[in-house]
Design a protein around this ligand. Structure first.
Ligand code: NAP
Ligand code: MG
Length: 503
């Protein structure tokens, strides 16, 4: 802790007190500490310092959490009216804002993101998302149907549907944006009346643990929100396979997503998956380059490229290719790398040494396969897991860094000519993923045609990855199953019962 204070003398006493606590799990409204073997060390990726430890739970902790979630689902939580659930969701948003400073500091220390982004996330994105879902509980409605069950005449029967919470939800989240990832599962679960067992990424459990306490303060009954920390292969796998979990909401890699589906087959639990991406950014020659250059740089380098929606394949018309590449490279070179807690940094570290090695490997492979490294491509010599924002040109669809999700700050640039839009779209669609994408042009005809042709769950025009609580988000192809955000984001947490009644 002394070393941490030396690196960051500005840390608040709330944050220091939280870090020095013994972290375990949050089950049935209580902190528990059981688990398998050694605790997990949690590091600050900007310095490599150990900032906290938490227990590594296994099947026994998952089972205890699922039992608590089932009891709360059938017990106290089922007695909450829709309006009472709204009040609780709104209160959670208020408490997130009341704990703004601490949540920002914990999120930055855990994940490495720059301060302005952490402030935007903890002060705006997360509370606004809870408030959006606070509006829903009182609007979840079934329908009355003009049915004639078993030949009954009108007036002899009535048919209608009930929307019911799906039950106990198992949520498994990644490290790249820890608090928003938990928010995406928790808010719709609470809005619909479900209960939750969460297994956060073992690299970034801190803000999830704090959020569970905030839920309790907001009046969420014990057992509704449970957290089991631990590794994916043990705690995560036990949750995905648990016979009394009704649904898994997973965000992570496509590879682990497949193992979730296999594990869920035992009791045929419902599954939603938010998986990897390799999203295209397509720029036509009439686009406003003053918007395109910073927009495309941000699309790729946001969160150091550790972002599922990242626009990592940039398709540039040959007329503007050099101007855009030069502009993005200038931005990349000017970015100040540094710890997120230094408010002057605009580019943080990668999450771990392992992730940095992985990114380096992809850049090396690209270099060997003939790509040109226009800028970046190296780790600076300093503590922490930093890697420079990198631009590769002369890339082709077969190259290793083009085909694979790198999850780091590496932009692959392709050039196109006056090709038919179908050809441009075919190349934009030439990966197994289909999460996000953007088109940059002032020609609305081209924009609308490309919007239809790009096979992604989200396409933005003259912006990239435009998120809003009201806008459904999710993957086509191997980027996932189902949607989060918006009204559609409630659906996977609900089931429909059809009722016919005569007298
Ligand atoms: P990951 O390795 O797939 O891990 C995600 C979560 O799954 C972690 O909590 C992990 O535990 C757990 N896990 C690992 N193996 C498991 C298993 N066999 N059974 C159950 N759970 C298991 O992904 P990541 O490296 O943390 O995150 C990066 C990936 O997330 C990228 O592919 C990115 O595109 C994707 N992502 C997608 C979205 C989206 O909305 N589509 C958003 C953000 C990120 P550990 O703690 O042990 O790793
Ligand atoms: Mg992982």
């Amino acid at each position: 802790m002394n070393e941490l204070l030396k690196a960051y003398p500005q840390l608040s006493s709330d944050t220091l007190a939280f870090l020095s606590r013994k972290h375990g799990h949050f089950i049935n409204g209580r902190h528990e500490h059981g688990g398998l073997g050694e605790p997990i060390d949690i590091h600050d990726p900007a310095t490599g310092l150990r900032i906290a430890q938490c227990s590594a739970g296994g099947a026994a902790e998952i089972d205890a959490a699922v039992k608590a979630a089932r009891a709360a689902f059938e017990g106290p939580w089922s007695k909450f009216t829709a309006a009472q659930r709204s009040v609780v969701l709104w209160k959670i948003a208020d408490l997130i804002q009341a704990n703004f400073q601490q949540l920002c500091e914990l999120e930055i220390l855990d994940n490495g993101l720059p301060t302005p982004l952490a402030q935007y996330v903890c002060g705006m994105v997360v509370p606004e998302f809870f408030r959006y879902y606070a509006g829903w509980p009182t609007k979840i409605e079934g329908s009355t149907l003009p049915a004639a069950p078993q030949g009954k005449l009108p007036g002899e029967a009535i048919s209608f549907t009930l929307r019911e919470p799906i039950g106990v939800v198992g949520a498994i989240t990644p490290w790249n944006s820890p608090l928003p990832m938990v928010m995406l599962k928790l808010a719709p679960a609470l809005a619909t009346g479900c209960t939750l067992v969460l297994k956060p990424a073992e690299l970034t459990p801190l803000t999830a643990m704090r959020l569970a306490e905030i839920c309790q303060e907001a009046g969420v009954p014990d057992g509704v929100v449970n957290i089991v920390n631990g590794y994916g292969a043990t705690a995560g796998a036990a949750l995905a396979a648990h016979p009394d979990v009704d649904k898994i909401a997973f965000t992570g890699s496509t590879e682990v997503g497949r193992s979730i589906v296999r594990a869920a087959a035992g009791n045929l639990k419902k599954v939603t998956l938010e998986l990897g991406g390799k999203s295209p950014v397509v720029v036509f020659p009439d686009a406003d380059l003053e918007q395109v250059i910073p927009g495309a740089a941000r699309a790729c380098f946001f969160l150091q490229g550790q972002n599922c929606m990242a626009g990592t394949r940039l398709f540039l018309h040959e007329k503007i290719h050099d101007a855009v590449v030069d502009g993005i490279a200038a931005i990349a070179r000017s970015m100040k790398l540094g710890p997120g807690l230094d408010p002057t940094s605009d580019f943080g570290p990668l999450i771990s040494a392992k992730q940095r090695e992985r990114v380096e490997g992809f850049v090396e492979a690209g270099r060997k396969e003939g790509a040109e490294v226009v800028c970046g491509g190296k780790s600076p010599t300093r503590p922490g897991y930093f890697f420079e924002p990198t631009v590769l040109t002369r890339t082709t669809p077969e190259m290793t860094p083009v085909k694979n999700e790198i999850f780091g700050p590496v932009l692959c640039v392709h050039r196109f000519g006056d090709d038919h839009l179908d050809q441009v779209a075919r190349e934009a669609n030439s990966t197994i993923y289909g999460l996000s994408g953007s088109v940059w042009t002032r020609d609305l005809g081209i924009a609308m045609q490309m919007v239809r042709k790009i096979d992604s769950g989200q396409v933005s025009v003259n912006m990239h990855a435009a998120l809003d609580p009201a806008m459904p988000f999710g993957g086509n192809k191997q980027s996932g199953w189902g949607r989060e955000f918006g009204k559609e984001g409630l659906e996977p947490y609900l089931k429909t019962k059809g009722i016919s009644m005569t007298w």
